[in-house]
Design a protein around this ligand. Structure first.
Ligand code: PLP
Length: 470
């Protein structure tokens, strides 16, 4: 299937429906779509929870429930935007590292025992290429280390150097809380007051997503005073994808540094941050990348800053590998973002992410994005044509697939009890999340979710809303 016209997903789905001779809103159609899905074979590479697993997790006695869902069915796990599922390969790689630790102890720092484990002293080197491919960067401009917020702090220490003339930071209103706290604290650390320093752009009255044009307008107007533009590629709450290239260019023209949080973009949308001249970026690996809870995060620093003398916090793993273990206390920096590595590598997390990146490499972002357009496009279509659309809920994520990733954020009318809807979804084996005050985020992941699950989700939601009506 060739998805080249981004705006015609609905047309494409309709063509397929005609070809299959099934109505687009029928279970038979969803089953046919799964049959021709080139990524279908990847489902088996993951541990997919069952409905019973989910009920056990939330502490519900399945016998007390009266619903149509068989508890042996696989759950509908639409929460990969929060924590991706576990791959079988990551379990295998982790076990190999555990085994090496058990058998070899410290010998494992400088040797690997099989193909499934890495020498711990520089294991994260093996992650660079896979991460770089996902974001459109060069391998040497990428490092894997720490967690997202820590990386934000480390890079703000280098890139946020306010002066009397240029001291502002531009970010989005409702940025992810950790980003907001970190940025505020960085401003205070430099002796400024966030009240006069931090610009948080709000969507227009009555709208939910920031417009690219409004961001660019603000950069043009305030650019001379802005030290740093820091935004999210895909917004965690609305699921909207910004025009990263145009915004970066606008910021660079005005002489600002431009950094991106790619946490909801990596493994979800295609990016070319090297060509776009981005200054720096950070991301996590436990959401769309399926690295596992708390898994090692990443950063990108544009190669033009390779030999920069910006302020930094240093540690022994930022010392060049070749001479690191001579330990003569003369710091010889890694000529890459590896200089930001402070402590030794979390080799067990590295093994998890390594497995995950291998799966992404095999699947390719082209195929992932192509399926994402169709799968989330199908979800959008079914929701939009539901009799409850606009009456009980709306979708605040843009419909145009080039302006979002795979997540749709459903905003329920305030007269509905969203917590009850969420609870009912869970009772039926749907794993998703609720964001205050009344948004439920649904993120079908192309690697392990199916059209049939999208269909079932809409069917379950519809039944819940019918009940609500009574
Ligand atoms: C998930 C997420 C984080 C969390 O970062 P950690 O420091 O790794 O816990 C930060 N920012 C954004 C935008 C996120 O989506």
């Amino acid at each position: 299937m060739n998805v080249n016209r981004l705006n015609s997903i609905e047309e494409l789905l309709n063509q397929q429906a005609e070809f299959f001779s099934h109505k687009i809103d029928s279970l038979a159609f969803a089953i046919c779509m799964d049959k021709i899905d080139p990524l279908a074979k990847f489902q088996d590479k993951f541990h997919i929870p069952t409905v019973s697993d989910v009920l056990e997790g939330v502490g519900i006695d399945k016998n007390a429930l009266k619903n149509n869902t068989e508890s042996d069915d696989t759950a509908i796990y639409f929460n990969g935007n929060s924590l991706g599922l576990q791959s079988k390969l990551s379990e295998e790689y982790l076990n190999s590292e555990m085994e090496k630790w058990a058998k070899w102890g410290s010998i494992g720092y400088f040797k690997s025992r099989s193909q499934n484990d890495l020498m711990w002293s520089r294991s994260e080197d093996h992650l660079k290429e896979g991460c770089a491919d996902l974001i459109g960067a060069k391998k040497d401009d990428v490092a894997c280390l720490n967690s997202v917020t820590v990386n934000l702090h480390l890079l703000f220490i280098s890139f946020y150097r306010p002066t009397k003339e240029r001291f502002m930071i531009l970010m989005e209103d409702k940025a992810f809380p950790s980003d907001f706290y970190a940025v505020e604290s960085q401003i205070r650390l430099k002796g400024y007051d966030p009240k006069h320093t931090l610009i948080c752009l709000k969507p227009r009255e009555g709208e939910h997503c920031l417009r690219n044009d409004d961001i660019i307008e603000n950069i043009k107007n305030l650019g001379n005073k802005i030290a740093l533009v820091f935004l999210s590629s895909v917004h965690y709450y609305t699921g909207a994808l910004l025009d990263m290239e145009t915004i970066t260019t606008a910021g660079k023209i005005m002489g600002c540094y431009v950094g991106w949080n790619l946490t909801h973009g990596i493994g979800n949308v295609k990016m070319n941050i090297n060509d776009w001249n981005v200054d720096f970026a950070i991301w996590s690996s436990y959401k769309y990348l399926n690295g596992g809870p708390g898994c090692i995060a990443g950063m990108y620093v544009n190669e033009k800053y390779k030999h920069n003398d910006f302020p930094k916090l240093l540690g022994w793993f930022g010392h060049k590998y070749e001479t690191r273990f001579i330990m003569n206390n003369v710091f010889d920096p890694e000529p890459s973002p590896d200089i930001y590595k402070i402590s030794n590598s979390p080799a067990l997390y590295v093994s998890l992410l390594r497995a995950s990146l291998k799966i992404f490499q095999e699947a390719t972002m082209d195929k992932i994005v192509e399926k994402s357009y169709l799968l989330t496009g199908y979800l959008y279509y079914l929701l939009k044509t539901s009799s409850f659309y606009k009456k009980y809920f709306e979708i605040i994520t843009p419909e145009d697939p080039s302006k979002r990733g795979n997540q749709l954020s459903i905003l329920f009318n305030s007269f509905l009890d969203v917590k009850m809807i969420y609870k009912e979804l869970t009772n039926n084996g749907v794993v998703c999340d609720i964001r205050e005050p009344n948004v439920i985020r649904i993120a079908p992941a192309p690697l392990y979710n199916t059209f049939r699950q999208v269909y079932r989700f809409c069917f379950i939601l519809s039944n819940i809303l019918v009940k609500t009506q009574k």
